[in-house]
Design a binder for this molecule. Structure first.
Ligand code: Z5A
Length: 236
């Protein structure tokens, strides 16, 4: 069992007896690392290789999850959630996503590529907000119903550079920073360190990619990792 509450990745022998289950890959990391860009590129590349994959995101990915996203990011209820409510709202979005999207798609044999998952709660609410990792583990475990990623890719980036990218995107789109993006630099630094700590603790599941490189180079590194971890499925 790892700190996100996952039961652990299936061993190759276990995977072989469940050939119809799709693969579950999550993208994680601090702001502006390119998770959305890379998750969508991966879905397209899997498709080109004959593998049906769906993109989803957290918070969100279901009608309920998208409503929760608006509460969390843009104070859609007219007041910001207290930190305890924040943790539980992220978990509620995840519980819905697992049962309505992730599990059904995996059971159909499709691959699911998620733009954030339970490690985000460990990093942001655990390392960032300072909630005990034991509490986060229990909450995550309740939300995810035993669904564990086969592979988690952390797109690691210097915090200031990631925030610079986001600000640039907001200027282009005419949008503003959301509630979490407005947190101070030490908060974002704790999150980055938290992710790197998770990668040290769970090297089998979590791989780190340097996201400061050109997005084509990052995409090649992501593809190499996917082939390495899920290779037998790709060549099947
Ligand atoms: N959160 C939480 O606290 N707890 C939880 O349990 C969960 C989430 C699940 C979700 O925000 C927020 O919720 C997030 C964590 C928190 N908090 N914040 N702040 P979101 O979904 O709106 O955003 P995000 O997940 O943090 O993603 P992002 O920071 O908006 O960006 P990204 O997905 O990593 O990157 P991108 O959108 O692909 O690219 C960002 C910009 O950089 C864009 O203009 C790209 O064109 C550019 N880009 C991408 N790659 C590159 C490279 N390689 N070079 C140069 N420029 C690039």
């Amino acid at each position: 069992m790892d700190s996100a509450g996952y039961p652990g990745r299936a061993s190759p022998a276990e995977s072989e007896v469940m050939p119809s289950r799709g693969r579950f890959i999550t993208f994680e990391g601090p702001e502006g690392g390119g998770k959305t860009t890379q998750a969508q590129r991966l879905v397209a590349r899997l498709g080109e290789n004959g593998i049906a994959a769906v993109y989803t995101r957290e918070p969100g990915g279901t009608k309920l999850g998208e409503a929760i996203r608006s509460l969390l990011q843009f104070d859609g209820a007219g007041e910001p959630p207290c930190p305890e409510a924040e943790v539980l709202l992220f978990a509620a979005s995840r519980a819905q996503l697992v049962r309505k999207v992730i599990l059904p798609q995996l059971e159909k044999g499709l691959w699911v590529i998620a733009d954030r998952f339970a490690d985000s709660t460990t990093a942001y609410q655990g390392f960032g907000r300072g909630f005990s990792l034991d509490d986060i583990l229990r909450i995550n475990r309740f939300a995810i119903d035993g669904v564990a990623p086969d592979l988690t890719i952390i797109l690691d980036i210097d915090v200031k550079e990631g925030l610079r990218r986001l600000k640039e995107r907001h200027i282009l789109n005419g949008t503003g920073l959301d509630r979490l993006e407005r947190e101070d630099l030490p908060f974002h630094e704790r999150i980055r360190e938290g992710y790197l700590e998770l990668a040290r603790l769970y090297p089998e599941r979590i791989r780190v990619v340097d996201a400061s490189k050109h997005s084509d180079i990052v995409a090649e590194e992501v593809w190499a990792l996917v082939q390495d971890v899920c290779g037998p499925s790709i060549s099947a």
